[in-house]
Ligand binder design. Structure first.
Ligand SMILES: [Zn+2]
Length: 665
């Protein structure tokens, strides 16, 4: 979800904290805590690949997943602050199992006084920071001609629907009538807030949604506590939202009835935006308070949206919105439309005036580099949830400006790739969501406007603003830090940004830039995205696919970086010319002092000032803690440095360089 600038403070604390427990550093020391057999054990995967999840990490020939299509019709009551209406879910069981019951997610129940989410961290909501959650008015099976009530049980944020007959392969239609009170500014991801020209509503997790039934664990019924985010099946959404006449609704997907809810002028401007790379105003600041910017001036209007092949939809609604848009150019000549809606307070040349540009450029970059954005529209919405991501719409900060607005926009829309296109289970594996997204954001930031905001350094990635390889050290060197492979909800808040965002993102950078190289990494990673687009990969699918696609046994890295919090410290302890006349090469002695050695670069500096590099593979460390290697050479070497770019997360850089000593007679 959000870029949390608090992350910086937490990280600083962490850094200070861990100094005390640091592994002792002594540059001359060649002792080692490294055990090669533990790093390179022959069996990494506990299960074999099967016909559902292939050994090469791709969906198998019998891969299946269920489907949920939603038709939603609700009213936003601005007086009562409620959402009320009905949702019809066409649920398709493609699994080999007959389902005797269904499970649904009732996320609004997380705001109830007795919700489990109040107990899982030390952060206790204030007395006014609760709602009564969902009121479920009825649950019925819709047979077309007859609609029959069906028994259900609600437990915290889940609802079990007990079917009269098990659902085999095939579909059923569930109809649920419900209402709930919209949480205020405590909502975190969904809320409302006052602005000068009216309230802004950010509406998300606003209807009962199907839990995922998969071949990893059957029904995935983890409650919604707030840290672990979402795991949802794909389907088509057709939804209608009725609001007072003066409100604009900015929703996921395509607006189906522009003539009913927009003015002729706005429709013409939207058409102009579809062919413009420059941002076009759809509703100017001056027009926000002008009643002629609405097609009617009384009663209510119903906004009708449709979004195909998505896990979810969300929307913003306000009479305070300024609105602009620009075309998004996608590979293969495809187009999409980037739009921003924001209040008067957010207007400004360094602020939301550029929000659509940031959104457009991010989508164009991610589409070109990884996978084509699949939706006709993308919206950047200003509110207080910022930043939060939903398919086709992101909620960013009303007060964000400059690089913070760029970074949060790129990050939140980047979630459309992880986990909205690649539908991993972020409630369980937050790193496959935040970590992967943070990784692609790093390179997006390098590219944007010739590096205007590069490099990406924020609450998510190297929060101190320095070298990520240095900033990750306090985490690696913190004995209390859990591994990345910790349940999303079980990751202590202090470690959430470092472990769910920073460490996995930097791990992928290491894989790409130090271990596999860009070409091999990108080929395999693109294959991962396209093979699992709109499907549900598990962590092993990712690990296997990267290994097969890049042609490398990476189990040592998965083990050290993801399953453990192992530390890297490579030291060079000696370098000398092999012969007396410097033509027979230079002999170096390197030591892996800790449990996670890496492949590494060695730089020779010659007496004439020139330099040459060698790359030593991870196999260097397969059998030995202390390794002596002869690097072929025919010039006089003055000094030898390992990891000369400080690219590796090396615990002690004080033991990375030595002067060449004369050969021993
Ligand atoms: Zn995020």
């Amino acid at each position: 979800m959000k870029i949390n600038f608090l992350g910086f403070c937490l990280f600083a604390l962490l850094a200070v904290d861990s100094q005390a427990q640091k592994i002792k550093i002594n540059p001359g020391d060649t002792t080692s805590n490294y055990n090669p057999a533990a790093l390179f054990s022959p069996q990494f995967y506990t299960d074999k690949g099967n016909e559902f999840h292939s050994a090469n990490g791709e969906p198998g020939p019998k891969y299946w997943q269920n489907r949920a299509d939603y038709t939603i019709n609700v009213t936003l009551d601005t007086a009562a602050k409620t959402i009320s209406g009905t949702v019809s879910i066409n649920y398709v069981n493609n699994s080999p199992d007959a389902l005797q019951y269904l499970w649904l997610q009732l996320d609004q129940n997380t705001y109830k006084k007795e919700a489990r989410s109040n107990f899982f961290t030390g952060r206790v909501p204030g007395p006014n920071q609760h709602t009564t959650g969902y009121t479920i008015e009825s649950v019925a099976l819709d047979h077309g001609d007859v609609v029959k009530p069906v028994p259900y049980v609600i437990t915290d944020t889940r609802m079990q629907v007990r079917l009269p007959h098990a659902l085999g392969k095939g579909a059923l239609k569930l109809r649920i009538k419900y209402h709930y009170t919209i949480p205020g500014d405590f909502g975190n991801r969904t809320d409302y807030v006052d602005t000068k020209n009216g309230k802004i509503y950010e509406i998300a997790q606003w209807f009962p949604r199907m839990c995922v039934y998969d071949d990893s664990r059957g029904w995935d019924t983890l409650p919604f506590l707030g840290a672990g985010e979402f795991y949802l099946d794909y389907g088509d959404f057709d939804y209608q939202v009725t609001v007072p006449w003066d409100m604009i609704v900015a929703g996921s997907g395509e607006l189906l009835n522009p003539k009913e809810v927009l003015t002729a002028k706005q429709i013409t401007r939207l058409e102009a935006a579809r062919t413009s790379d420059k941002t076009v105003m759809i509703r100017t600041l001056a027009e926000v308070t002008d009643p002629t910017s609405r097609p009617v001036n009384k009663g209510t209007l119903t906004w009708h949206y449709k979004m195909l092949n998505t896990r979810d939809v969300a929307f913003g609604a306000s009479k305070a919105y300024v609105w602009d848009a620009a075309r998004v150019n996608l590979p293969g000549g495809k187009k999409s439309l980037a739009m921003s809606v924001y209040p008067a307070e957010s207007v400004g040349p360094d602020a939301w005036d550029r929000a659509t540009e940031y959104l457009k450029k991010s989508i164009e970059y991610f589409s070109e580099k990884w996978f084509v954005y699949p939706y006709p529209v993308a919206i950047n919405e200003a509110g207080i949830a910022g930043g939060m991501e939903y398919p086709g719409i992101v909620f960013d900060g009303i007060n964000d400006k400059g690089k913070e607005l760029y970074w949060v926009t790129a990050h939140e829309i980047g979630h459309n790739w992880f986990p909205m296109i690649v539908g991993s289970d972020e409630r369980r594996f937050g790193w496959m969501d935040e970590g992967f997204n943070t990784f692609i954001d790093i390179y997006a930031s390098d590219e944007f406007n010739k590096g205007e905001y590069a490099p990406k350094r924020d609450g998510e990635y190297a929060p101190g603003g320095g070298n990520p390889a240095d900033e990750i050290i306090p985490i690696l060197n913190d004995p209390a830090s859990p591994p990345i492979m910790t349940a999303a909800d079980a990751t202590p808040e202090k470690y959430r940004h470092p472990l769910v965002y920073f460490k996995p993102a930097f791990g992928l950078v290491l894989l790409r830039e130090q271990i596999l190289g860009k070409d091999r990494f990108d080929y395999a990673f693109r294959n991962y995205i396209s093979k699992w687009a709109f499907k549900h990969p598990q962590p092993d699918d990712f690990f296997r696919l990267m290994e097969s696609g890049a042609g490398e046994d990476l189990s040592w890295f998965w083990k050290g970086w993801f399953y453990n919090n192992w530390v890297s410290d490579i030291a060079i302890t000696a370098a000398q010319n092999v012969g007396s006349n410097a033509t027979k090469g230079v002999k170096i002695t390197v030591v892996s002092k800790e449990q996670l050695p890496m492949p590494f670069t060695v730089e020779l500096k010659y007496k004439d000032g020139s330099k040459k590099r060698h790359y030593l593979p991870v196999e260097t460390w397969m059998q030995r803690k202390v390794v002596t290697v002869i690097l072929p050479d025919d010039k006089d070497v003055e000094s030898v440095t390992i990891d000369p770019d400080n690219a590796l997360p090396d615990l002690n850089r004080g033991n990375n360089s030595v002067k060449v000593s004369p050969p021993t007679p």
